[in-house]
Design a protein around this ligand. Structure first.
Ligand code: MN
Length: 152
């Protein structure tokens, strides 16, 4: 039972702008930020272990099954980065604009060294996604099943 059940019971989160709780079955929140830095990429971030585990995906997170994409693991980011969008000034690391491309919740299905299976529940990204480390900071990212459990 949630420690915040009294908080939740008193509020209708479809009516109040106050923060709600994670939906049933969700492990945490995720965001994909479109980052127009020196080279355009999309940053996938998963809320895990009190930080955002982060990957830079040069070609973007696939919306359809069957497309494998390179994802480069980057440093953990603070949780507050989930809502960040704006301009990183010239001369600073990652200088350029950051927009939120997708956001929502995810359920962690499996996690091992070098492997994550997560169900993304976003506005654009919905379904089972696999992340597998291939070497060092390089991972492969693909969508295995859509939200209805169908494969491509
Ligand atoms: Mn970035």
């Amino acid at each position: 039972m949630s420690k915040l059940k009294d908080y939740e019971a008193k509020r209708d989160f479809s009516e109040t702008p106050e923060p709600g709780l994670l939906p049933e079955g969700a492990t945490g929140r995720f965001v994909v930020q479109e980052h127009h830095a020196r080279s355009l990429h999309w940053d996938l971030r998963l809320e895990l272990d009190g930080v955002l585990k982060s990957w830079a995906v040069p070609k973007g997170v696939p919306e359809e099954t069957g497309t494998k994409r390179l994802a480069v693991e980057v440093e953990d980011h603070p949780i507050e980065y989930l809502t960040f969008h704006g301009i990183i000034p010239e001369g600073q690391y990652g200088a350029g604009t950051v927009d939120i491309w997708d956001e929502g919740y995810f359920a962690l299905v499996e996690r091992n060294e070098g492997k994550y299976h997560v169900v993304l529940m976003g506005r654009r990204l919905r379904g089972l996604y696999i992340l597998i480390r291939t070497k060092e900071n390089q991972w492969l990212l693909w969508k295995r099943l859509d939200e209805h459990g169908e494969q491509a």
